[in-house]
Design a protein around this ligand. Structure first.
Ligand code: CDP
Ligand code: CDP
Length: 223
């Protein structure tokens, strides 16, 4: 069976990583969480007290930074220069700064080059904001996941509570809406549906239903 590439884009908490992981497991494909790469760089920049608005400081930092995505038994682990930062990159501090780091042209060029190397053999499910438009423009299956801001904030809130993290629903809603705006309005590779992507509004769909719909698109392409 030929191995295809699957691009899943959409705004925060639309369910991208959850469904991408399940689909990758079903197909025995590699899953690449590109958001985790931007988060890892953001974490390192904050730790190094680098001005995240200054592209000229971020670029040398990124060039000397190794980011490895390791499929582990308890989910994917993110290794930053050999250290597992899977938890640290999900803090509110990183979340609130990541869209500033990811707006820079040269940062994106370097990240996209790395992501394309990860995906060059096919057999990959990649999720992010610009996968269908820039990273894997030739992906055989492209999906753009949507859900209302209220639903997405409620999902993140439930997830936080389940993990025992502090969570404020109103604040989450604000944070998500702000990040949507920054990611959609930036000049370079903004969050945008690729022309040939299938749009899926998941507001009232279960994870299982979303996975089923995407698997149908996949099956049509690998037959
Ligand atoms: O999981 P969540 O939706 O909260 O975000 P994420 O996928 O971890 O992505 C974090 C941030 O990285 C996004 O808000 C974007 O600013 C940036 N990002 C990007 O610019 N391009 C990508 N392909 C993936 C993420
Ligand atoms: O990767 P992204 O930020 O797009 O979202 P996610 O982290 O995969 O999903 C955010 C939360 O929504 C997770 O806790 C999922 O279990 C949940 N979810 C859901 O309740 N219903 C869906 N159809 C998809 C995701």
């Amino acid at each position: 069976m030929n191995k295809i590439s699957i691009a899943i884009d959409g705004p925060a908490a639309a369910g991208k990583s959850t469904v991408a992981k399940i689909i990758a497991e079903k197909l025995h494909y590699i899953y690449i969480d590109t958001g985790a790469m931007y988060r890892a760089l953001t974490f390192k920049a904050l730790q190094s007290e680098i001005d995240i608005n200054d592209e000229e400081s971020l670029i040398p930092l990124l060039k000397e930074t190794e980011i490895v995505l390791n499929p582990g038994e308890s989910g994917q682990r993110i290794l930053l220069d050999g250290i597992d930062v899977s938890t640290e990159i999900r803090t509110a501090e990183v979340t609130n700064s990541v869209s500033t780091v990811s707006k820079h042209k040269q940062v994106r060029e370097e990240m996209v080059a790395r992501q394309q190397r990860f995906g060059q053999e096919g057999g990959v499910v990649m999720d992010g904001r610009d996968i269908g438009t820039h990273v894997l423009p030739d992906a055989e299956v492209k999906v753009f996941l949507l859900a209302s801001v209220d639903e997405r904030a409620a999902r993140r809130h439930a997830e936080n509570l389940e993990k025992g993290f502090p969570s404020d629903l109103a604040l989450l809603k604000e944070e998500i809406a702000k990040r949507d705006k920054l990611d959609s309005e930036r000049e370079v590779a903004p969050l945008k549906k690729a022309e040939d992507a299938v749009e899926l509004d998941t507001t009232s769909l279960s994870i299982h239903e979303v996975v089923d719909r995407i698997m149908k698109l996949v099956e049509e392409r690998i037959q």
